[in-house]
Design a protein around this ligand. Sequence first.
Ligand code: SF4
Length: 472
Amino acid sequence: MLSPNTPAGNPKYAWSAIARETPPKRSVEERIGDFGEIYSNLDEAKVREQASRCIQCPEPTCAQACPLCNRIPEWLALAAQGLFLEASELSRATSNMPEICSRVCPQEKLCEGSCLLAGKADPVAIGAVERFVNDFALARDAVGAACEPPNGFRVAVIGSGPGGMACADELVQLGFDVTVFEAQLIPGGLLVNGIPAFKLDKGIVERRIELLVRRGVKFQLGVRVGWDVSLAHLRRDYDAVFLGIGAQRSKPLGIPGAELPGVMDALPFLIQKNVVSPLVDLPPIDAAGKRVVVLGGGDTAMDCLRTAIRSGAREAVCLYRRDLANMPGNRKEYANALEEGARFDFLTNPIELKAGADGAVAEVRCVRMELGEADASGRRKPRAVKGSEFSVPADVVLAAYGFEPVPFPPGSDFAALATDEWGGLKIDASQMTSVPGVFAGGDSTRGPSLVVHAVRDGRKAAQGIRRYLHVA
Ligand code: SF4
């Protein structure tokens, strides 16, 4: 895509002479044989070249579209000069896990989707440069663990997903004494359990957690708040609390047959296949040689399809009631799923799950849908086409209709926290809940959302806690 307007030698027009390049992707044959990441990094020369495509807008729309307001043009300029450590340092000033966000953000909807070049040419490969410079710095142990001197305040962070990690990281660097409580035996929350290893290697999350430990964050694993620890206990022992507890209960399928053997939730399937650890103790789910049908059209559905393929499934079919244009899932991951052999049946709504002779699920009864008028969210509402019922054969059915908060146990004093009609925790502008000194963020307040949104919430809550405790 060359501009007619390309004064030779003027770096401002590098974008028109240099084509966008994205990180190399492993071949389909190779990548479906394991759970390793499918992308690798560009080489140094290519990173410099790609970063040089940035036209250095005075009011960068990419930074405005980044939930963390990352200083993108500034670190692109440093990367273009080969100053990778300096670029990484600047990117870390606004992000607690740039090497993770660069791997899992849907850049086409965020920074790259708002790059001024998009439309004229292909956008700058922002995610690829962010990933490279931060992997470069981490591989050289050039990410310092220094923190402010202790300020005497103790904070409990509940949940070690992206929101909890970001909040803990901000606070420990400000001199707070931070303890993270995690219900699972492996820290990382959604980053470990919800995102498959072929999108985010578990070692990258472990490396981030090790850095938190080096900075002084303490982890207490296998502690379920509300069950093992009360809110009163936390408020007595800590000066403030941050809740980053996510929304991990699968939304019910709500159709007959949902309890049949062979029908299961997406999350246990993803955890079992992607987290190889003796600490994961889940009943085995065998997908090898089976017809796996995934219900839903979001990122979790695509993760399930691709995980099923890597687990040897004979077929991996997605049933989604709207069309592709209205499907919420990330387009890059959709393309990857198609390449790997997944099949998508759009405008298809499951209405019943039927058992075979052995009593386990054997078919998904479906009805064809058509799209009607747009609803309040702007998406066109699907409606059933009369007399269009048909069946899709299935040995395993995975429910990926989204997630909602896990309720606290009956009688728990966490019930004192105000929630909305969806069950999400209510918060004010500083992320403080209805209970003074108790803050919250991430999916437990906003519903299932992006990693980068949870990081933003965690950072904002850390500032709220700092102000609440009058720390300068
Ligand atoms: Fe883009 Fe996400 Fe990185 Fe922001 S955090 S610059 S949106 S990839």
